[in-house]
Ligand binder design. Structure first.
Ligand SMILES: [Mg+2]
Length: 480
């Protein structure tokens, strides 16, 4: 008799990239992000089955699962501690490979009777649970020798609904309704998977739109994005209306009428301010306004959607499936922006994909940061093959940033994400990168002084969390 393998260790790393040193991307409100990952490795005593070869050499003879929470620097240690607190649920547990086992792990992690007090189901503890859940999915998909999107898309509708925690959802989505959505998509799965492998999944780029770029740089990057095959770009806005009107006009002239321009306020406004701003920008036909106000303000989003003509997108900071449910019930959004590392992992994102499918709303994931493109591409691809069955009006965000640290980096060509073929969740960082950027003792951090809080500007300007320095990432010293 073969004993079932178990998880033998939960290993946590505080990994930070010193991207704040040379930001040329720009967000006047957030001058100092150090893109970071509270990174978890589940080790097992199971033999590798079809596991990926890493460029740093075969790193283990046993199966592993990798996952992470993305943060922007300070607080990464808090998140790492939260992940460690989940160790008793995982170490010694049989390695979860099936839908039933992955569902049980997700429920154990999100319903710990004492840790749940810290949320419930929101914030650091919930994100930590998501990292461990995602690591378990990486382990299971790797063991099955399939990329995660395919591993999910090969599950039966019955297995997939088993993965979802329907508690708090059944007034909006029942198990039977979810089953009907998945069964309706079942006949077309093979054809769509073939089309996905052949054509890739639509992407858009945020690279031209950082708030502090000169007009010349913004125009040049916008034109390059179009030449690279992107049908959509995104501009950061929200600091100064006159400036935004000017940049929007220039961007529209640069890309022409046929390319979509989304705008992103990163939670900057109160509701009346959002209405005033977007009514003024509307003549330039923004494709959507992203995060116009607090991610918790469901009714505020509804008022913004009703009170001005531009479609509303949000979700990268939405804490859980319950708030997504309310955004949909309230008619508050046009685009659902899931994030792979904000909610409790694959299982909760599956619930959100099903909610969006029931409402007929497109899911356009948030990505960028470090590793978010790598993860979330799998969820959109699975949605296309087995849930919504459509990629119309759907795009995954892309930023050309820090991909070199991953063993199976996201690849975007001609404005589309190529479907990953390697087994797993594309979550694995190169061992050399983990060693080099471990905070505070990795070689890349020795002798460096971490950036300090900008308390004055933080008071004047409400915090936002998304920003990127595309060239910074490529020029950060010592990248392997
Ligand atoms: Mg955003």
């Amino acid at each position: 008799m073969i004993l079932r393998p178990v998880v033998t260790e939960l290993e946590v790393h505080d990994i930070r990239f010193p991207t704040s040193e040379r930001l040329d991307g720009s967000d006047a409100m957030n001058p100092d992000p150090d893109y970071s990952a509270a990174y978890v490795v589940l080790r097992t005593n199971a033999p590798v089955a079809g596991g990926p070869d890493t460029p740093d050499g075969p790193d283990s003879a046993v199966a592993e699962g990798h996952g992470f929470v993305f943060t922007i620097g300070r607080g990464n240690d808090v998140t790492a501690a939260a992940i460690r607190s989940l160790r008793p649920h995982v170490v010694g547990r049989p390695a979860p490979y099936t839908a039933t086992q992955l569902a049980a792990l997700h429920r154990d992690l999100t319903h710990d009777s004492q840790l749940r007090w810290l949320g419930p189901e929101k914030g650091v503890m919930h994100m930590a649970a998501g990292a461990v859940v995602n690591a378990a999915w990486d382990l299971a998909a790797t063991y099955a020798a399939k990329p995660l999107w395919q591993f999910l898309a090969d599950m039966s509708p019955e297995e997939l609904v088993e993965l979802v925690d329907f508690r708090y959802l059944t007034d909006a989505l029942t198990r039977d309704e979810a089953l009907a959505i998945l069964r309706a998509a079942e006949p077309g799965r093979a054809e769509r998977a073939a089309r996905l492998r052949e054509r890739g999944y639509p992407a858009y780029t945020t690279s031209p739109g950082w708030l502090g770029y000169t007009d010349e740089k913004m125009i040049k990057l916008a034109q390059e994005a179009v030449a690279d095959g992107f049908g959509q770009i995104k501009l950061k806005i929200g600091a100064d209306l006159d400036e935004d009107l000017r940049r929007m006009r220039l961007a529209r002239e640069a890309v022409g009428p046929g390319v979509r321009i989304a705008v992103d306020a990163n939670q900057r406004w109160d509701v009346p301010e959002a209405l005033r701003w977007m009514r003024a920008l509307a003549p330039y036909q923004p494709h959507w306004i992203e995060e116009p106000t607090s991610p918790d303000d469901v009714l505020g989003h509804a008022a913004i959607r009703a009170g001005q003509p531009v479609k509303v997108a949000t979700g990268e900071h939405v804490a859980n499936r319950v708030v997504f449910k309310q955004l949909l019930q309230a008619g508050a959004v046009d685009f659902v922006q899931i994030d792979a590392a904000r909610v409790a992992g694959v299982n909760e994102n599956l619930a959100i994909l099903l909610l969006a499918a029931k409402h007929g709303l497109p899911v356009c994931p948030h990505a960028g940061g470090v590793g978010l493109c790598e993860l979330v591409q799998h969820l959109s691809m699975f949605d296309f093959v087995a849930v919504s069955g459509s990629w119309d009006d759907r795009v995954i965000e892309y930023v050309d940033h820090l991909h070199e640290h991953f063993t199976d980096p996201a690849v975007v060509e001609a404005g589309r994400y190529r479907a990953p073929a390697a087994p797993g969740f594309s979550a694995r960082m190169r061992p050399a990168s983990i060693a080099a950027y471990r905070y505070p003792d990795g070689p890349e951090w020795r002798g460096r002084v971490p950036s300090t809080p900008h308390t004055t500007s933080a008071t004047e300007h409400p915090a936002t969390t998304e920003r990127t320095a595309p060239t910074t990432a490529r020029t950060t010293g010592g990248n392997p």
